[in-house]
Design a protein around this ligand. Structure first.
Ligand code: GLU
Length: 554
């Protein structure tokens, strides 16, 4: 009579390594006490989800702040959903947000570290070694169930109002005598491999999650598939093998995996492996019509990290936003430590939100605005240039044609105690400042400028003409403003708004109206950056020619 070992040898004749060999090849890591080994394990399905960036950022921070290792493993066992090349683009997008692995998958032709391969599709020998062991100890078995048989099982369970799945008495091939299994394999029957569960769904398993605390979960009793028909492992089984042999200490993953945790605990226990610590991170949610739902890649543009890259949110704004989601005390810390790098903040599991974090794009914009405002113009210029190079060619060409000019535009009301907070993202900049460029200014329809209809065109003309005749670029901002007040007064406009409010009839308008004439003439718009700075940057020649062109069209 054949035994389990015969069955294991028949199924895996070419596997000669043992699990002890694997223990030696992938030994425990030599790290200081408390150092965490974390990982990010994306599937190459075509795009980086905002929730995945959050998870990977948090995982990487925990490893870094504890002096441990953060690695990336590519989970490419679902060949149907795989999009070629998307593993590499994930790595590129992660790198934009400083999520850079110490170890693991780097590109399709490169990986670093001693615990690889880091691409699941290349780890068959390792999975098969563990499965061979499980079969030989009677904890895994071949299942010959056809699709029809499975459908029949399901119908039976429905009729009996029983829990669906492949377990207990419904696990048809669980107790198939080894001789029969061998005969069927020799006969060429197709099969997959299942784990033999010893659990009972009437029992509870206690467990401590680093974020959620002590939990009681229903024990697993399903004989889950561990090796699929295509020879690749399922997620559950690969998690066991990879996280054990890559020596992950903390599994930081989305809380959607919490429900399958009992399977994972049973797998670790069956192998006699130490369970890793688990930290199930909140899933990023959105409120729609008063209901919370997961950020969906089909419905929400903000579900894809590429959206933020295209829009040009600065990476530091986005990272800080994610840190506010990660830890409830981050913002208070930030307010106290404005001069510090945000990476000086130490993340902690006990400050993690317990239920889904709500995504708030307005907050991303606010944080970005705050942080961008304090960047030096020269630094911001480099950031904008790098962004425009990929996402806005026309803008990029403008920048590189004269970087000093562009930097002086960026420097308007910057590098001072209370800088202006105009920009939340790089793509906000060009629409606000494009009028500085002559080709853009020349395209403005001067016959249809937004003059205040209360104003007399003759007065507008007189004010503008007077300005070009008297303008003085050497004035300080304060003196310049006084000169505008004087200009206003010369033409019957109140030189301050309070006076005008007291007796509106006595004036044609006020100094604000006069500034607006200049602003419209120089920028074509009623809103522009600080007018004094606009005039300084344009210089006398352009100011005169723009005003003359405007005058010719009033
Ligand atoms: N490949 C899995 C996913 O993308 C990984 C989950 C985990 O971190 O364990 O959801």
């Amino acid at each position: 009579m054949a035994n389990y070992t015969d069955l294991a040898n028949l199924i895996f004749p070419n596997i000669i390594k043992t699990i002890d060999d694997l223990e030696n090849i992938y030994p425990k890591r030599n790290l200081p006490e408390g150092a965490m080994v974390t990982r990010f394990a994306p599937s190459p399905t075509g795009f980086l989800h905002t929730g995945s960036l959050f998870t990977s950022l948090v995982s990487a921070r925990y490893a870094k702040q504890s002096g441990g290792v953060f690695y990336i493993r590519l989970e490419d066992t679902d060949t149907k959903r795989e999009i070629a090349g998307s593993g590499e683009s994930l790595i590129e997008q992660l790198a934009v947000f400083d999520v850079i692995p110490d170890e693991g998958y780097i590109s399709d032709s490169k990986e670093v570290g001693n615990y690889g391969p880091y691409k699941q599709s290349q780890r068959s020998e390792i999975y098969n070694t563990v499965i061979k062991h499980l079969i030989s100890i009677g904890r895994a078995y071949p299942c010959f169930c056809s699709a029809e048989e499975l459908a029949q099982l399901r119908a039976e369970q429905e009729a009996n109002k029983e829990i669906p799945g492949y377990y207990g008495k419904y696990a048809k091939y669980r107790d198939l005598p080894v001789d029969e299994a061998i005969a069927r394999i020799n006969n060429g029957d197709s099969y997959i491999i299942r784990f033999k569960s010893m659990g009972d769904h009437n029992n509870k398993v206690s467990f401590h999650d680093e974020i959620k605390g002590d939990l009681e979960l229903t024990e697993n009793d399903q004989d889950i598939v561990i090796l699929k028909g295509d020879g690749l492992p399922t997620y559950h089984f690969a998690h066991l093998v990879d996280d054990h042999f890559m020596r992950t200490t903390h599994i930081t993953r989305g809380e959607e995996w919490l429900s399958s945790l009992p399977i994972h605990l049973e797998l670790f226990d069956a192998m006699g492996y130490e369970r890793p610590k688990y930290a199930h991170l909140p899933v990023i949610m959105k409120v729609e019509n008063g209901n919370r739902r997961k950020l969906s890649k089909r419905k929400d543009e903000e579900a894809a990290v590429s959206y933020f890259l295209e829009q040009g949110y600065p990476k530091y704004g986005f990272i800080e936003y994610l840190l506010t989601i990660a830890n409830s005390n981050y913002e208070a810390w930030r307010d106290q430590n404005l001069d510090k790098d945000f990476y000086d903040f130490k993340l902690s599991f006990d400050k993690m939100s317990l239920d889904g974090a709500l995504f708030d794009i307005a907050k991303v914009a606010n944080i970005s605005k705050e942080r961008m405002a304090y960047k030096k113009a020269s630094v911001l210029c480099e950031e904008v240039k790098a962004w425009a190079k990929s996402y806005d060619e026309a803008f990029y060409n403008k920048i590189i044609a004269d970087e000093a000019f562009f930097t002086s535009i960026l420097n308007i009301e910057r590098e001072k105690e209370k800088p202006r907070k105009d920009y939340a993202k790089y793509s906000d900049i060009y629409p606000i400042i494009s009028f500085f460029y002559d080709d853009v200014y020349n395209q403005i329809d001067k016959a249809n400028l937004e003059w205040n209809p209360q104003m007399d065109k003759a007065d507008i003309k007189a004010v503008l003409t007077d300005y070009i005749n008297t303008m003085d670029l050497s004035l300080s901002e304060e003196d310049w403003f006084n000169s505008i007040k004087a200009l206003a007064a010369r033409h019957g406009f109140a030189d301050n708004i309070k006076e005008w409010k007291k007796d509106k009839e006595a004036y044609k308008g006020h100094v604000g109206d006069v500034s607006e004439f200049l602003r419209i003439a120089l920028s074509g718009k009623k809103n522009s950056p600080n007018l004094y700075c606009v005039i300084q940057i344009l210089g006398k020649e352009k100011v005169v020619s723009r005003i003359n062109e405007t005058l010719a069209n009033i």
